[in-house]
Design a protein around this ligand. Structure first.
Ligand code: ATP
Length: 604
């Protein structure tokens, strides 16, 4: 048997989603009080009209009381009209907030793989949000006046005559208890019904999507019987819900009709004995027939249905929008996911770097913090670093630690979340610093156009020197010289050839700082050595994201990004002092030398 799902997460979700609607809720409460006025006063006023007016031979007094009743009804009509506007201010934001939480929770689940989630889920769940919105709206329109009516009518009855109130109250209380107990069964069966409905949708979806395969395998019978079984189970659960809901009839009989019968049977005797007036008996009957019975019918009918649906649906939405609490991070109003990327807190020690006094042309990094997105964990945090003009710095570290991110920040193509990257006191910007990524871009045009892209006025002699320096002379000659047309560089040049052209282009550029982010990865080791040595000898600063031991060994200094504290030093120093660096060197050494990937002759 299905267990009733815990209702609390759903309730918490609804409460959280309704936060911020205090003002309209207060307005609804105020109008509800006005709406309740006739239910509170009607039986009592009718009793007075009879006892002090019509039965006492003073019809004018009786009419005056009835006029008061008319005024109360007019007020209620006004209140019923006025309450719609604040109701919409509760229900509409509820929908928006639920959708927001749901999409967030589903994205979180997809990113962190804590639950299976896809776009279909979001679509299905947003449909359920619409249902919840509709139900909350309906409950506010029905259950709210029902509750105030019940309370008001019972209060009015107790004031009118405590004995008659007891005659009504006892069977009513028993009926309410019976009803609440039966609600558990209704809710449980409704859960089964919802699950069965979803199963029908799932099975039907599978069969429709696999139609061709089913036909090819001759499995039509099997598929049809799967769908039939699911549909039969759904019908059975729907009938079970209907049977459980049928308890409403005895509840209304017990809590509504029986009290009327009791009043009518005992009323004349009570009046004759004295103490209870005829007006009070008529007033009590009015309370029960005009207010309590319809309220009970509503409570056991549509309100019970709405209520059980709301419990089931909000529980499901709560599960789908669930995002675990991250300490120190608020899930509300904008929930923050746990870190997606590998994060590292980077702070190069003062002795290592900050002691260097920056000079003109130095690249200066201060308290640099960067994250991909406002809610992602920082990839770099609090990094301080000075790269002196003319330096040759290799950045090393495990994959995903943030080397390329730092390269982008040094070149000014990424914007820090906090802190600065400056040259001569000015924030770096692309142009003064050239960043060469792993994927070299060669565009259709002449070889010369590509090489002069960053230095359009460069003379041929200077271009020759750049091409020779990075080791691209053979390639340029093979392509037909500077005027040779490259119509489809992506298709005709290998990755290594494209890297050589890009290296020559950056070498020839006026950039004072060059950042090579694995820009020689497709060259063989000899070609890489030529290019890196050329850049090291080039006036200006060189920063290389290193993927080989040789690159780190060639650099003047090495910045190791790993764990909480990055380390800076020469290759020899780090090899001797940093276990993490020694481990990385060991890893590089163990790797077989790469097969040349077409730096000169080879094609990918
Ligand atoms: N555009 C991006 N959006 C979100 N996260 C990113 C993005 N680029 C990188 N990251 C994440 O930031 C972290 C650092 O990435 P980065 O590419 O800087 O590392 P890396 O040390 O250069 O790695 P590798 O050596 O594999 O190139 C990684 O966890 C990565 O998944």
């Amino acid at each position: 048997m299905t267990e009733i799902a815990d209702w609390r997460p759903g309730l918490r979700l609804l409460r959280a989603a309704l936060r911020g609607t205090r003002a309209p809720v207060l307005r609804v409460a105020a109008w509800s009080a006005v709406e309740a006025a006739p239910a509170l006063a009607s039986g009592w006023v009718l009793g007075r009209a009879l006892d002090q007016g019509f039965l006492d031979g003073r019809p004018a007094t009786g009419l005056a009381w009835l006029t008061l009743l008319g005024v109360l009804y007019a007020l209620r009509a006004a209140a019923e009209r006025a309450v719609f506007e604040p109701l919409s201010h509760i229900v509409e934001p509820l929908r928006d907030e639920l959708v927001r939480r749901l999409v967030h929770g589903t994205l979180y689940a997809a990113v962190h793989r804590v639950r299976t989630a896809d776009a279909t889920d979001v679509a299905r769940l947003t449909g359920q949000v619409e249902a919840v919105r509709g139900i909350v709206g309906a409950l506010l329109r029905t259950a709210r006046p029902l509750a105030v009516t019940l309370v008001a009518a019972l209060t009015g009855l107790a004031v009118l005559d405590p004995l008659l109130a007891a005659l009504v109250g006892v069977p009513l209380a028993v009926a309410v208890v019976v009803f609440l107990v039966s609600m558990r069964t209704v809710i449980r069966r409704r859960q089964s019904y919802l699950a069965a409905e979803e199963r029908v949708a799932a099975v039907t979806g599978e069969v429709l999507a696999a139609g061709r395969d089913i036909t090819a395998l001759g499995a039509e019978e099997r598929a049809a019987s799967d769908v039939r079984d699911a549909a039969d189970a759904s019908v059975a659960t729907a009938l079970a819900v209907a049977r459980a809901s049928a308890v409403r009839a005895p509840v209304v009989l017990l809590g509504g009709r029986l009290p009327v019968l009791l009043i009518l049977l005992t009323g004349p005797a009570l009046v004759q004995r004295g103490g209870v007036s005829a007006g009070a008996v008529v007033g009590a009957v009015m309370y029960v027939t005009v207010y309590l019975v319809p309220a009970l019918e509503l409570m056991t009918g549509s309100v019970a249905g709405y209520w059980s649906q709301l419990r089931v649906l909000s529980g499901r939405l709560a599960a789908a929008s669930d995002v675990p609490d991250v300490p120190g991070v608020s899930n509300d109003p904008v929930p923050v996911p746990a870190p997606v990327s590998v994060s590292v807190s980077v702070s190069v020690s003062a002795q290592d770097v900050v002691a260097e006094v920056p000079r003109e042309g130095d690249l200066e990094v201060r308290n640099l913090t960067f994250a991909y997105g406002p809610h992602a964990a920082p990839v770099l945090r609090g990094l301080d670093l000075v790269v002196p003009s003319g330096d040759n710095l290799a950045i090393v570290g495990p994959s995903g630690i943030g080397k390329s991110t730092l390269a982008g920040l040094l070149a000014g193509v990424e914007t820090p979340l906090d802190g600065t990257v400056t040259m001569a006191g000015q924030p770096v910007r692309p142009g003064r610093v050239a960043l060469l990524p792993q994927e070299a871009y060669v565009f259709p045009g002449t070889v010369g156009d590509n090489l002069r892209y960053l230095a359009p006025d460069l003379d041929t002699a200077a271009l020759d020197r750049a091409v020779a320096a990075v080791g691209a002379r053979e390639l340029v000659a093979r392509l037909g010289g500077y005027d040779a047309e490259l119509t489809d560089p992506a298709g005709t040049l290998s990755s290594g050839e494209r890297q050589l052209i890009a290296l020559a282009r950056v070498y020839a550029s006026p950039a004072r700082v060059v950042v090579l982010d694995e820009a020689t990865s497709h060259l063989d080791m000899a070609a890489e050595a030529v290019a890196e040595t050329a850049f090291a000898a080039r006036p200006g600063t060189l920063v290389v994201i290193a993927h080989r031991l040789t690159t780190a060994a060639r650099a003047r200094r090495v910045l190791l990004l790993d764990g909480e504290r990055p380390v800076l030093g020469s290759h020899a120093e780090l090899s001797a002092t940093s276990p993490a660096y020694a481990a990385l060197v060991g890893h590089w050494t163990a790797q077989a030398p790469r097969v040349p990937q077409g730096s000169r002759a080879g094609r990918p």
